[in-house]
Design a binder for this molecule. Structure first.
Ligand SMILES: *[C@@H]1O[C@H](CO)[C@@H](O)[C@H](O)[C@H]1NC(C)=O
Ligand SMILES: *[C@@H]1O[C@H](CO)[C@@H](O)[C@H](O)[C@H]1NC(C)=O
Ligand SMILES: *[C@@H]1O[C@H](CO)[C@@H](O)[C@H](O)[C@H]1NC(C)=O
Ligand SMILES: *[C@@H]1O[C@H](CO)[C@@H](O)[C@H](O)[C@H]1NC(C)=O
Length: 328
C-alpha cells in the first residue's frame, strides 16, 4: 500500500505563571508605619497601594478572610509642611496658636490645607474654598501693619487680593502680632491668614495618588511632620491618617515576579500514514493531540497547551504537495 506524507500544523500556547494580579497579605503584627514598610519590603513587595474600587474590595476581602475587623496600615502618607504665603522663614516662622479644644489642626476629611483665625485669635485649618474675610499686611515682614479686609473670598482669591492691594496675606510670628490681628476682627467671624500647606499624598511604592477613599473625620496632626494612612475595616475601608508611630497590623502586597506571558508558536509536523487513513477525522485528530499533550506533560511541559491550527478550508491535514500554509 502506498504511503503518503501529510503535513499538519500545530499551535502551542505557552503560559508562564497563573496570574497577573497582585496578591495581598495581611500581617498581624503591631508595627509602626515605618516598621510595617520595612517588613513588607523585606518579605514581599511593599505596603499595599489602592488604585481603584476593585483593589479596595480585594483589600477588604483580604482583611475579612483574616478575620480582621479594625484598622490596618496602608502605604499612604502625607508630609506636613506649613508655609507662609510671603515665604517667611525667619524667627517665629513656626509660631502657631491653634484652637486645641477642637484638635486643630485636625485636617478633617484629609481636605483642609489653609488656615483661618477666629475672633478669639485661635487658628483653624480649613477648606481653602471657604469664603472668609481677610487679614493682609502692609509695610514689611519685620514691622507689619495688618489690614482687615471685610470681603468674603476663598484663600487663593484672598492671597491675590492682598498681593494686589498690600504686601501679602498676614504672616504672624508672635503672640503680640496675633493680638494685633485679634483686635481687628468682628466677634464670631473668621478671616484668612497667610499660613497654608501644599496638598500632598504619597504611596510608599511611589505610585501616584489618584483614587481616594477619605473618611470625613478628624485627622489630628498636632506637631507631626509626617502622617500615615490606615484603612478602617469597620467603616467600609475608609481612609484616615494617624501618627506614624501608632502600632498596627499591615497589609502588604506582592507582585508575582514572573508576569503572565503568553507565547504562541506554530509547529509543523509531518506524519506518514496509510492512504486510507483520514487524519482529518475529528476523533482521530483529538486522539493524536491528546497523545502529544500527554507526551509533553511527561516531559515537564504542563504549561504548554496544544491545539490544531485549521487551514482556511477548515482542514488541519494536507497531503504534501498541496498548498502549504507557511509556518508563523
Ligand atoms: C521652630 O523652628 C526652630 C528652627 O527653625 C526650631 O528649633 C524650633 O524647635 C521650632 N519650634 C517649634 C515650636 O516647632
Ligand atoms: C476661589 O475663587 C476663585 C474666584 O471665585 C475661583 O476661580 C477659584 O476656583 C476658587 N478656588 C477655590 C480653591 O475654591
Ligand atoms: C464662595 O463664594 C462663591 C461666590 O459667591 C460661591 O460660588 C462659592 O460656592 C462659595 N464657596 C463656599 C465654600 O461656600
Ligand atoms: C501700604 O503701604 C504703602 C507703602 O508703604 C502706602 O503707600 C499705602 O498707603 C499703605 N496702605 C495702607 C492701606 O495702609
Amino acid at each position: 500500500m502506498e504511503r503518503i506524507l501529510l503535513v499538519l500544523f500545530l499551535s502551542a500556547c505557552l503560559i508562564f505563571s497563573s496570574s497577573l494580579s497582585r496578591q495581598y497579605h495581611f500581617v498581624d503584627l503591631a508595627l509602626t508605619w515605618t516598621e510595617a514598610q520595612a517588613y513588607c519590603r523585606q518579605t514581599l513587595t511593599d505596603i499595599v497601594t489602592i488604585q481603584d474600587s476593585e483593589e479596595l474590595t480585594r483589600l477588604l476581602d483580604t482583611l475579612s478572610s483574616a478575620r480582621h475587623s479594625s484598622d490596618a496600615w496602608i502605604g499612604l502618607y502625607s508630609v506636613v509642611h506649613w508655609m507662609w504665603s510671603d515665604g517667611f522663614t525667619g524667627a517665629g516662622a513656626n509660631y502657631s496658636n491653634w484652637e486645641i479644644i477642637f484638635n486643630e489642626p485636625n485636617f478633617i476629611g484629609a481636605s483642609q490645607f489653609c488656615v483661618s483665625v477666629g475672633s478669639s485669635g485661635l487658628w483653624w485649618d480649613d477648606y481653602c474654598s471657604e469664603n472668609y474675610s481677610v487679614v493682609c499686611y502692609n509695610g514689611t515682614q519685620l514691622d507689619p501693619q495688618y489690614v482687615y479686609v471685610n470681603k468674603e473670598m476663598n484663600w487663593s482669591s484672598a492671597q491675590m487680593y492682598c498681593r494686589e492691594n498690600f504686601v501679602d496675606l498676614a504672616t504672624v510670628s508672635s503672640d503680640e502680632q496675633n493680638w494685633m490681628i485679634e483686635k481687628l476682627m468682628y466677634f464670631g467671624s473668621y478671616s484668612w491668614i497667610g499660613l497654608f500647606r501644599y496638598s500632598n499624598f504619597f504611596w510608599s511604592d511611589g505610585s501616584s495618588v489618584s483614587f481616594t477613599n477619605w473618611d470625613n473625620v478628624y485627622n489630628p496632626i498636632d506637631s507631626m511632620t509626617l502622617i500615615c494612612g490606615i484603612t478602617s475595616v469597620n467603616n467600609g475601608g475608609k481612609w484616615r491618617f494617624l501618627s506614624c508611630e501608632t502600632k498596627l497590623p499591615v497589609v502588604c502586597y506582592h507582585d508575582p515576579i514572573v508576569k503572565k506571558q503568553s507565547v504562541k508558536l506554530s509547529v509543523k509536523l509531518r506524519l506518514k500514514t496509510e492512504d486510507s487513513v483520514n487524519l482529518n477525522d475529528a476523533v482521530l485528530k483529538d486522539s493524536i493531540l491528546k497523545k502529544l499533550q500527554d507526551r509533553l506533560e511527561e516531559n515537564g511541559g504542563d504549561e504548554i497547551t496544544l491545539k490544531w491550527r485549521e487551514q482556511p478550508d477548515g482542514e488541519v491535514f494536507k497531503k504534501e504537495g498541496q498548498a502549504v500554509v507557511p509556518v508563523l
